[in-house]
Design a protein around this ligand. Structure first.
Ligand code: TGC
Ligand code: FAD
Length: 392
């Protein structure tokens, strides 16, 4: 038996990374392996997000990492992708926290906020002293956010918000919520973003319990009952569905990288297992069917990494389109879920134990497959681009 070749060696991605990119990846890798992985199973079991890690994430510049100025690290798209992949090697819930804080809540303020809003919120959010969430989905409006019911009624110098947002990552402990609402009696073209702050009357965030997926991520609702928000908290920079969808493009790009981190964690632990687990007198790694599965999975992971890097370089040049982001999110999350499921199978009965990471990642990836545009929504985005026909 010789030493197994690593996925990093097989993809040889490092040949195309700068020293700076490799250094950032190494520091996040260390954090995740030393501080998160030892407690990953327990956090999942206890349905607990480790808030105590927030200051460390902030210290390393991981919150709002790709925003320039306002106390943010100003990382490139590739650097941002690499950090998300390391975080999701730990757990999709850890990556979700960072995605929502940076790509959704902070990005909305950075892209559509005025100078006063940016100064007021972004430095505190980058430092992890203010936690954000992003309220788009509603009980009756998921894949079709243009059908949202939440309303913002102008009233003097305020807007009065009424509606319910559902499935909101971080909402139960968020200090600020970027909430999307239709203004007055308008249609989807009237959608605006509002920064709702904890403590404003009529703002509640009940926790959703009993999730069998992303248990280490806190998910809740946002209930707005005649919640009065000053006009100075409305994001002036963008009107219509393009506002929230622009934020989703940032987050989906990160997920395309991140999901492969979960896949790599499953793959590496499963290779080790197959080298140790003996059946029919030999390690199961000696069996051709096992090797065929591993060859398939490694090929898909490597192709996904190359896709992420190619699109990452394009994003840094400003030439990545939303349809390409859909392709990458759809492909790489699909790959990751398949890897997790098949690794779970290779672990046999042990595969259902939290002691091995595959079942945890597999269950987490069921959410990743659904959120930020379901797999089917991205199929239809691609279908529309490829045929010119809208099949929504
Ligand atoms: P459509 O008419 O196509 O577009 C409306 C306006 O939006 C613009 N646009 C985009 N802009 C930026 N990025 C994109 N990806 C965009 N897609 C569309 C478009 O140009 C247009 O602008 P304008 O100026 O002409 O008005 O809109 P549609 O109503 O037909 O919907 C299209 C569809 C179905 C693809 C879209 O609604 C969609 O993506 N649905 C999925 C919803 C979704 O992804 N929700 C995610 C909620 S947040 C979340 O899940 C966070 S999980 C976080 C975590 O824990 O990690
Ligand atoms: P639906 O839209 O009802 O879809 C149900 C099924 O129908 C899916 O299989 C879908 O693909 C399919 N479908 C829908 N339309 C079509 C069509 N035209 N053609 C073919 N099939 C179709 N949202 C936020 O705003 N902020 C968050 O922070 C956030 N965090 C989340 C965290 C978790 C753990 C989860 C599970 C979800 C989160 N979401 C969040 C919500 C997420 O974005 C939605 O769940 C997702 O957009 C799908 O909406 P839905 O659940 O209402 O499903």
């Amino acid at each position: 038996m010789t030493d197994p070749m690593s996925l990093d060696a097989l993809s040889a991605l490092d040949l195309h990374l700068t020293d700076e990119e490799r250094m950032i990846r190494a520091s996040v890798r260390r954090l995740v392996r030393e501080r998160y992985l030892p407690q990953a199973a327990a956090l999942f079991e206890e349905e607990r997000f480790p808030k105590e890690l927030i200051p460390e994430l902030a210290e390393m510049g991981l919150l709002g990492a790709s925003i320039k100025g306002y106390g943010c690290a100003g990382m490139s798209a590739v650097e941002y992708g690499l950090i998300l992949q390391e975080l999701e090697y730990g757990d999709s819930g850890l990556r979700s926290f960072v995605s929502v804080q940076g790509s959704l809540a902070m990005h909305a303020i950075a892209a559509y906020g005025d100078e006063e809003q940016k100064q007021r919120f972004l430095p505190e959010m980058a430092a992890g002293r203010l936690i954000g969430c992003f309220g788009l989905t509603e009980p009756d409006s998921g894949s079709d956010p243009g059908s949202m019911q939440t309303r913002a009624r102008p009233d003097g110098d305020d807007y009065v918000l009424t509606g319910t947002k559902m499935w909101i990552t971080n909402s139960p402990f968020a200090d600020v919520a970027v909430v999307w609402a239709k203004v007055g009696d308008g249609d989807a073209r009237s959608i605006r973003g509002f920064i709702v702050e904890r403590g404003m009357a009529g703002f509640e965030t009940p926790t959703i319990h009993g999730k069998m997926s992303l248990r280490a991520s806190t998910t809740g609702e946002i209930v707005l009952d005649e919640c009065r928000v000053p006009a100075r908290n409305m994001l002036p920079g963008k009107q219509g569905l393009g506002g929230p969808l622009g934020c989703l493009s940032q987050a989906r790009f990160g997920i395309a990288w991140g999901a492969l981190g979960a896949a790599k964690a499953c793959f590496e632990s499963t290779v080790s297992y197959t080298r140790e687990r003996t059946q029919f007198g030999v390690p199961i790694a000696k069996k051709q069917l096992v090797q065929a599965t591993l060859a398939d999975l490694a090929s898909e992971i490597v192709k996904g990494d190359i896709l992420a890097l190619h699109y990452g370089r394009m994003k840094d040049q400003g030439s990545l389109s939303p349809v390409q982001v859909s392709l990458a999110k759809r492909n790489n999350v699909g790959v990751a879920l398949d890897v997790a499921r098949r690794c779970r199978g290779l672990l046999g009965g042990n595969g259902i134990l939290l002691e091995y990471p595959a079942i945890r990642h597999m269950l987490n990836l069921e959410s990743v497959y659904t959120y930020e545009g379901t797999h089917e929504v991205h199929t239809l985005v691609l279908g529309k681009a490829l045929t010119g026909e809208d099949a929504f």
